[in-house]
Design a protein around this ligand. Structure first.
Ligand code: MG
Length: 365
């Protein structure tokens, strides 16, 4: 009988799982996957049929932690630049002590410039590994109650009215829908959604309104259409005009493109009602946790958002979802070749896995 089977026989699996890690070193594999979108995805910024996301697989003591980040072109990062950035620190990262993950991530932040999706993939892989080694799901590790996980919105992409109605029909099990606005097709798109359903809608302008007056007129109209709140009506750099707009509208305005890192939040608290935290933009769950806490302490509403990505990144973010007011974690639902199964959406509500770490399973082909 070896040490593990002996401990298990004594009813000590948790104790064994919490035993210190072996000497390592870890083995790290980096990969890029092309995720295919079910529908061509159009926003103010771009239109596309696929996204390439970046993965880190961190293997040590026979366990593999998986992390994923969706690189964002706007921040001059791609799966290639993230790969190069993490490759450059691979020997250091493989030798680092994963139990000191706060210290390791501080090192990653000081060694890698930009490439936030790359940092996020490292952070999620480390935490997945730690959770697996401890035998606890990450929501439990963070001291959260999975019953508090909110509903997630389901995004209806911009399209012709009849296609929009079809998409709304396909999204029948989601109690709250999200619609992109600010493209000059708002009346047609929001009108089509409203014709098809009376469910609540949340809107995202992605900086698309051209003037303060247009923003106020559009938001006032969206209020009448049953929209609960709107994200980022004006360009990220324009904070000064936000309060002028806020005085003239009646729904919360959430900063998204203006909100990247914890240090952005105190300033945003003067101009917005809430912030959208995205793990791919801030560089991981530890940084996301920090942003949520900071935003809360400043009285802001908190939304957890995502990029188009697979269940690895989405499940990572979902483990923090019991802490937030609003969730927009549908990036994995928009693709047709998700390699993983993790968080599930049941009648719109995020249902967190109970398996250790992220609780991911590799999907059977
Ligand atoms: Mg947004």
């Amino acid at each position: 009988m070896n040490r593990r089977t002996f401990a298990t026989a004594l009813g000590l699996p948790a104790l064994m799982a919490a035993a210190p890690a072996g000497k390592g070193p870890a083995k790290i594999a980096l990969r890029t996957r092309r995720l295919m979108l079910k529908h061509t995805w159009t926003t103010v910024m771009s239109s596309s049929d696929y996204r390439d996301t970046f993965y880190v697989e961190y293997t040590r003591d026979g366990l593999t932690g998986v992390g994923e980040g969706a690189p964002i072109i706007r921040y001059k990062e791609s799966a290639e630049t993230c790969t190069a950035a993490v490759e450059a620190i691979r020997p250091w990262l493989e030798a680092a002590d994963p139990w000191a993950f706060q210290k390791v991530m501080a090192g990653v932040f000081s060694k890698i410039e930009g490439n936030w999706a790359g940092k996020a993939a490292v952070d999620i892989a480390l935490l997945d590994w730690v959770g697996q080694r401890l035998g606890v799901p990450l929501w439990r590790y963070f001291g959260l109650d999975k019953a508090d996980a909110p509903v997630t919105t389901f995004s209806i992409g911009i399209d012709k009215a009849d296609v929009v109605k079809q998409k709304v029909k396909e999204a029948a099990s989601y109690p709250v829908l999200k619609v992109k606005v600010g493209l000059g097709t708002d009346e047609e798109v929001v009108g089509a959604v409203r014709e098809a359903t009376s469910r609540p809608i949340r809107a995202d302008a992605n900086e698309g309104f051209k003037s303060n007056e247009e923003a106020v007129a559009k938001i006032n109209w969206l209020e009448k259409m049953g929209v609960e709140f709107i994200e980022q009506p004006l360009p990220a750099a324009n904070l000064d005009d936000m309060n002028w707009i806020r005085k003239r509208v009646h729904i919360p305005i959430i900063a998204d493109e203006a909100c990247l890192h914890p240090s952005d939040i105190p300033r945003l608290a003067q101009h917005f009602d809430g912030v959208n935290v995205k793990i791919d933009k801030c560089g991981g769950l530890l940084e996301g946790w920090r942003m949520i806490q900071l935003a809360r302490s400043l009285g802001l509403k908190v939304m957890l958002g995502c990029m188009v990505s697979s269940s690895a990144a989405i499940t990572g973010a979902a483990h923090l979802s019991p802490m937030v007011d609003y969730c927009d974690l549908d990036g994995n639902l928009l693709i047709s070749n998700d390699p993983y199964e993790g968080v599930k959406v049941v009648q719109g509500k995020l249902t967190l896995p109970d398996g250790p770490g992220l609780g991911l399973k590799v999907k059977k082909a």
